[in-house]
Design a protein around this ligand. Structure first.
Ligand code: PMV
Length: 358
């Protein structure tokens, strides 16, 4: 092809799962379907610059985070490139410079893999698009238009191969990943925009992320997913996630905030229960995680608020609440919860609408 060099920039958000993905098969195929809210503020911006090279024997790239060279990111990206090479055959014909920055601190305990891998996948797809449009396909009738349809789906497919949950970050405000009989078009291979009606109660939902522990993850998600192989409760858990997703479809349609709370908190605690009951076992919560959960429960009891929590595979707490309560709940968070955060750090976020080409 004739494209010598160029660059693309994408910004892509993080996401927070309501029904969790925990356990995978070969090739990043999830054991159960999951659904997430796309975030708005927490995102990664990636500039991918490329130039043609002579030697086509190996991948060639450099990675920068906030302008600083990051050689320790290279193995992850090398693995990603190996996995996606068959789907993007041009990877070895270019040298890449990958410049990334996050809106959240790198050492915040917030995984940047979902936003980072989706941003990179989108940059690579923009590149593929340019190469394709320079080639014969652009001359085929409908070639260009068909490519547009395919773009997001393939980008999500590639992002999945970087980090499973990354395939849920491209669109918003809700994304389903994993085949489910009630969700038309759902797939194990890529995320799809949630196709059903969502009640006003769930529009513009807020997520304030309390940074309880900003250290490196105690258990990498790769290790965590693998712990589900041969796990005594795995089969039941995968079934439960399917049932919960079916149930959530009605909850989102009806606007039933109490049912939402019960489902989302149970999912978070089940994720942690899976880690506590695997071999080896892990407790990923910290004492302050539990303090925060108890405060949220007490506040809900006292005030009738519909605030709830969810957790990732770590100690930080995502506090979820409806837009119409946002003023009051933020006061509660500042007065009663921020004290449990490491150095008082938290991030105010809300539901967002996906990645953007810059
Ligand atoms: O995308 P991974 O492999 O880092 O897995 C993430 C898993 C959880 O964040 C714990 C749950 C989820 O569905 O996002």
């Amino acid at each position: 092809n004739s494209v010598e060099n160029g660059s693309f920039t994408w910004s892509s958000p993080s996401n927070i799962a309501l029904v969790k993905y925990w356990g995978k098969k070969k090739d990043q195929i999830p054991e159960n379907p999951s659904i997430s809210f796309t975030l708005d503020h927490c995102k990664t911006t990636t500039i991918l610059s490329f130039s043609k090279k002579e030697n086509q024997d190996s991948f060639s790239f450099e990675v920068f985070l906030d302008g600083e060279k990051k050689d320790d990111f290279k193995p992850k990206i090398e693995t990603f490139f190996k996995r996606i090479e068959v789907y993007l055959p041009f990877l070895k014909t270019y040298h890449f410079k990958i410049e990334t920055s996050n809106t959240f601190p790198h050492s915040s305990g917030i995984a940047s893999s979902a936003s980072g891998m989706s941003a990179l996948a989108l940059c690579l797809m923009s590149m593929e698009k340019e190469l394709v449009l320079n080639s014969a396909l652009s001359k085929v009738e409908g070639g260009k238009e068909n490519f547009e349809d395919f773009f997001t789906q393939k980008a999500s497919f590639l992002a999945r191969l970087g980090s499973g949950s990354a395939c849920r970050s491209l669109e918003g405000d809700l994304v389903v990943w994993g085949e489910h009989e009630n969700v038309v078009g759902s797939s194990d291979l890529f995320g799809v925009k949630y196709p059903f009606e969502v009640h006003q109660n769930f529009k513009n939902y807020h997520d304030t992320i309390l940074l309880v522990d900003k250290g490196e993850k105690q258990v990498s998600s790769t290790v965590g997913h693998n712990l589900m192989h041969g796990h005594a409760f795995a089969g039941e858990r995968f079934k439960q996630a399917r049932t919960n997703l079916s149930h959530l479809i009605n909850v989102l349609k009806e606007g039933d905030l109490d049912a939402f709370i019960a489902l989302v908190e149970s999912e978070a605690l089940t994720l942690h229960a899976m880690m506590m009951t695997s071999m080896p076992y892990f407790i990923l919560m910290k004492p302050n995680t539990l303090e925060i959960i108890n405060k949220i429960w007490a506040y809900r009891q006292e005030s009738g608020s519909k605030v709830c929590f969810t957790l990732d595979a770590g100690a930080n707490v995502h506090v979820l609440y409806p837009e119409k309560e946002s003023g009051k709940v933020l006061e509660f968070i500042k007065n009663e919860l921020v004290g449990y955060c490491q150095n008082g750090h938290y991030i105010s976020d809300k539901i967002g609408f996906g990645a953007k080409l810059i």
